[in-house]
Write a protein that binds this ligand. Structure first.
Ligand SMILES: [Zn+2]
Ligand SMILES: [Zn+2]
Length: 144
């Protein structure tokens, strides 16, 4: 995959790509832990740089729902959506309901060259909707 994207094949790149495949929607810290379990000591900066290179080469997709840290996934190119749990932050893939590149034809593009449209569904995951788990809002209400 790295070669196809005209990227040099290095051990950190292979390890980071493997970690993103094994842990869909993982944040950077989880990816760093997975890479370290595989390669031993690798610096944060090295993993950040590899994630940037892989994202720019479109081998991984970076998503960042509002209020969440950046997360990475290997499922690229289909512009699928995500559903995010408001309580625990769990993320799952949601296939596009209407076909490829949904709503990419903006009603008014304001002269922008648009290449992505993002839909994020919000709600409670099955675990959180059955447990009396405080929502972020209730949590905050209790704290401040
Ligand atoms: Zn949840
Ligand atoms: Zn996804």
């Amino acid at each position: 995959m790295l070669r196809e994207a005209a990227l040099r094949v290095t051990r950190p790149r292979v390890a980071v790509l493997g970690a993103v495949y094994d842990h869909p929607h993982a944040d950077t810290d989880s990816i760093i832990s997975a890479v370290r379990a595989d390669l031993g000591d690798v610096s944060h900066q090295a993993v950040y740089d590899v994630l940037r290179a892989l994202t720019l080469a479109r081998l991984v997709r970076r998503i960042q729902p509002p209020g969440s840290v950046a997360r990475y996934e290997s499922r690229v190119g289909d512009n699928h959506h995500h559903v995010v749990c408001r309580s625990c932050g769990r993320i799952a893939d949601v296939d596009c309901a209407v076909g490829d590149t949904p709503c990419l034809t903006a009603s008014d593009d304001h002269g922008f060259d648009i290449d992505e449209a993002e839909v994020v569904y919000w709600g409670l995951c099955p675990d959180c909707s059955t447990q009396p788990h405080p929502t972020a809002r209730q949590e905050l209400d209790r704290r401040v």
